[in-house]
Design a protein around this ligand. Structure first.
Ligand SMILES: Cc1cc2nc3c(=O)[nH]c(=O)nc-3n(C[C@H](O)[C@H](O)[C@H](O)COP(=O)(O)OP(=O)(O)OC[C@H]3O[C@@H](n4cnc5c(N)ncnc54)[C@H](O)[C@@H]3O)c2cc1C
Length: 361
């Protein structure tokens, strides 16, 4: 994007931007069909079928590239048409809007499933590999360190962006390196685990935006297969005991505030079982919001906001959603200086994707 285009885009009214965005998207869809005729491209696809909450209207386009090469080509065609795609793993940490996402081009990693041992004993996994499959593969090869991840329903890509973790383990502890495509530059980067700047449920990739995780190398320790399997069974049993796995959800609704547990705060605020429409604070685990049937994204959003304000009033602690709420212009009420927005960035308007000072990966 050159400066002329940036300036031109900045001068557009919101209506003109919206129109330009839709035009760009339609052009991009046509260009993708021409350049990648064999690729699965779902149009106006209900997102309720692609996320664990089972909520969400149609997205204008959802592409499913069959390998990393076609994903890279797809991104290049999209970039030429001023469209920044949003990646989709297993959709286990996202709330999609009922109204749909008519200005969004999603790209699924479903078919990026390569998983193998490297000669030096490290594990190579493409972004779409489910964390449960990754953990089983490690166990079968006598590699310890991923037991905590075997019950997390996300993928390697989504897990890396979120620095997924459980029972004292986090992906950052076992990630040696990550290969990502930085969309604004159309360049590949290989980052060491340290360069990924992982922190609690976040990473450089999440903070920066525009990074598509393609593959990850995991460095694990040698272990005994049966002991690793026993640990995985124990953790998964604890999960089944404590979590409402029989109902659709997106896992923990809120991040753990420093010095507290979100679930305990919500429980103490008397909110267990609190319901808005089809959405409910789980009676089994107050940290989860579940879809009891027919919940809309508005139900979930209203519920999340009620929980935040009640916990703030009664306990003085501000909760930050862990679930990614789309579209990003949903506003969170600001209770104080500590609030950080949990928003993703995506756009399809010239000038926006290059806006602002950004660190590079
Ligand atoms: C029942 C249940 C239990 C859960 N338990 C846990 C738990 O114990 N610990 C935990 O940390 N989480 C947990 N989660 C939440 C969720 O599984 C994790 O956050 C997981 O890492 C999300 O992975 P995903 O593939 O589903 O990502 P998605 O939900 O598809 O996407 C999440 C974000 O990552 C981005 N993304 C996905 N793939 C890529 C990629 N390849 N490149 C760039 N960006 C990408 C998306 O754009 C989005 O912004 C749970 C969820 C459920 C439903």
């Amino acid at each position: 994007m050159d400066n002329m285009e940036n300036k031109e885009a900045a001068a557009l009214t919101p209506e003109e931007k919206d129109k330009r965005c839709r035009e760009n998207l339609e052009k991009a869809i046509a260009a993708v069909k021409e350049a990648l005729p064999g690729m699965t491209l779902l149009e106006n696809e209900p997102m309720s079928a692609h996320c664990s909450f089972k909520i969400g209207g149609p997205a204008r386009a959802l592409a499913v590239p069959q390998d990393v090469m076609s994903l890279a080509k797809l991104c290049s065609v999209l970039k030429d048409n001023h469209i920044a795609p949003m990646m989709l793993g297993n959709g286990t940490n996202i709330l999609f809007p009922d109204e749909g996402l008519e200005k969004l081009f999603l790209v699924s990693t479903e078919k990026l499933q390569k998983l193998f041992l490297l000669p030096d004993g490290a594990l190579y996994a493409e972004a779409g590999v489910p964390l449960s499959r990754l953990a089983s593969f490690a166990q079968q090869n006598g590699l310890a360190g991923l037991e905590f991840a075997s019950g997390i329903p996300g993928t390697v890509g989504g897990g890396t962006i979120m620095n997924a973790g459980a029972y004292g383990g986090e992906l950052k502890d076992v990630i040696e390196s990550v290969v990502c495509l930085y969309v604004p530059e159309q360049r590949l980067y290989e980052l060491s685990g340290e360069q990924c700047a992982f922190a609690y449920r976040t990473s450089l990739f999440k903070r920066l935006g525009g990074c598509l995780i393609l593959s990850v190398v995991f460095r694990l320790e040698k272990g005994e297969g049966e002991a690793i399997a026993a640990k995985m069974r124990e953790l998964n049993e604890r999960r089944r005991d404590k979590q409402p796995l029989d109902l659709p959800s997106a896992g923990s609704a809120f991040k753990r505030p420093e010095g507290y547990y979100a679930a305990a705060l919500i429980d103490e605020a008397g909110l267990k079982g609190y319901t808005v429409g089809g959405a409910q604070v789980s009676e089994k685990h107050a940290g989860f919001v579940v879809n009891r049937g027919g919940a809309t994204s508005h139900d979930v959003y209203e519920l999340l906001m009620h929980v935040r304000s009640t916990v703030y009033q009664k306990k003085g602690v501000e909760l930050e959603p862990e679930i990614i709420i789309l579209p990003p212009d949903y506003a969170l009420e600001d209770f104080g200086p500590t609030l950080k927005r949990n928003l993703v960035t995506f756009n399809g308007v010239p000038g926006e994707e290059d806006a602002g000072e950004k660190e590079k990966p």
